[in-house]
Design a protein. Structure first.
Length: 100
């Protein structure tokens, strides 16, 4: 279980992103940077959760929305994968840490 002080993330505003899915991959264009990105299935799904959430989420909450019936071991592994995706999103400008 993640601590209450775990970083909380939000996607950039949905109007700043164009996203399309083909054959399990996602093409994303950031209107902020003008860059396009090819995302795999997990990254595309994480971005979808962030864009739909409205409120900032931590990695455990995102993982739970991706796999609501996952065992605790599966959830822990999924959370690690989500954390990696979120760090990459921060680098690409697709997600931001919640400012306190």
């Amino acid at each position: 279980m993640q601590s209450p002080t775990a970083p909380r993330w939000r996607g950039v505003p949905s109007q700043a992103i164009a996203i399309r899915q083909w054959d399990g991959e996602f093409v994303v264009r950031s209107e902020r940077t003008g860059n396009s990105h090819l995302l795999g299935s997990l990254a595309g799904r994480v971005l979808g959760v962030l864009l739909d959430a409205g409120d900032p989420l931590n990695a455990a909450e995102i993982a739970a929305r991706l796999e609501p019936s996952a065992s605790s071991i599966e959830a822990s592994e999924a959370q690690d994968d989500v954390e990696d995706v979120l760090e990459e999103f921060r680098r690409l400008g697709l997600a931001e840490l919640e400012s306190k």
